[in-house]
Design a protein around this ligand. Sequence first.
Ligand SMILES: Nc1nc2c(ncn2[C@@H]2O[C@H](COP(=O)(O)OP(=O)(O)OP(=O)(O)O)[C@@H](O)[C@H]2O)c(=O)[nH]1
Ligand SMILES: [Mg+2]
Length: 458
Amino acid sequence: MYQYKGVEDTIAAIITPAGTGGIGTVRVSGKSALDVVGRFFCGKTPGPLTLWRSHSIHYGWVKADAGDIIDEVLAAFMRAPKSYTCEDVVEISGHGGPAVMRAILERCFQSGARLAEPGEFTKRAFLNGRIDLVQAEAVLDIITARTEAAVRAVERQLKGDLSAELENLRGMLLSVLAGVEAILNFPEDDTDAGQAARVQRDIQAIAMRLHALVATADSGRILKEGIRVVICGKPNVGKSSLLNALLRVPRAIVTDIAGTTRDIIEECVNINGIPVNLVDTAGILLPRDKVEAEAVRRSRASMASADMVLCVIDQSCPPDEADRAVMAEISNPHTIIVFNKADLPAAPGHLPAGVQVRVSALKREGIDELRAAMIRIALGDVALDARGVLINDVRHAQALRRAQQALERAQEAVLNHDSLEFAAEDVKAAVNELDAITGRDVDADVLEHIFSKFCIGK
Ligand SMILES: Nc1nc2c(ncn2[C@@H]2O[C@H](COP(=O)(O)OP(=O)(O)OP(=O)(O)O)[C@@H](O)[C@H]2O)c(=O)[nH]1
Ligand SMILES: [Mg+2]
């Protein structure tokens, strides 16, 4: 278990993005934040910083040791515990140039602060009890979210909806545990059979709620990480045209010469809130030279790493060996056959196969239907419920699955009346899994790993 030993030192970091901007901000957090800033901040209204009220803003200058002005700034003060970290926090906003920001940060170091580690501000918010681990992880997910739908889902996690559900389940598990222990301690009270049945029912109810949570893990992961969709097919069928239609911009070169695309082209597009990395590949056919051979090799490698494949066929030409060869190479179960050039008369001989959509990449027809099919296949049966709690983290999903398994064992143990002690152990194991998710009881190295994914300044 992680032992919090108290945070003694004061930390500082630039919390705005690197590079130039209108404003840049340095955050100082810790017991001596006011002391640190007081050594170089010169306010328009003179007086000691200790007189600052919480949540107040102060106009002034950051000065070098020799008294020269480094920058004109606004300093915002938030007194513990009502701040991001639950500690005294001063945020100094100056002109957003890298040299200015570095100079202000340097003044913080000279005045007793040290550079914050990646994620350390958020880690302190967690260690000081303002947020739990699930909420701390949500902070990182919000920063890295690529679509609004992903942000909305994570906002609920940050607000504590997932934490509340986990706390509910924990409470239910603890009362089951109390029930099991009552049977163990007072075996002579022979309402025994009834009690065991109740324990069994309660465990079943919790197991179902766990199951519902775990069932959202795929949607949650897709929403967070997105999917990689590879467009393949023989040359000249309209793969690049399809990429352009899905992106709504003419990104890839389109010509009527077979073999136009050689390098892999990859672009991200938001489809119904899901970040989709679309990959256009070179047409697969017998290569005519070294360049084509390499292009075809890369097309195959892309297909192998795809979450979904769009196999494009020109429906205006009769199917041939080349179409069949491409189809034979696809083993991805998430494949959509895209019959392109639907604006032209259909050639006979195309057999219906798997999930298929008819489009005209040229005329931009059928593209919405294709988008809908892609989302349906990506999400499977699990609906994307923007209001529900979603599991979007592998660590959470794994812990929940282990909790589920522990409860299955507990149920078996209750059925076999001799081994109620084992049932109690298994219920405890499930509680421990939930505690690891929320960070009530988590290993130091897990904690380290989670915060190491953050950037400095968050
Ligand atoms: N009529 C019609 N022509 C299309 C359609 N889509 C693409 N084309 C034409 O088909 C030709 C090939 O299009 P591309 O998008 O370059 O095909 P590709 O599959 O990327 O070709 P390679 O990169 O050479 O493998 C171009 O002349 C396009 O204008 C369509 O829906 N209808
Ligand atoms: Mg192309």
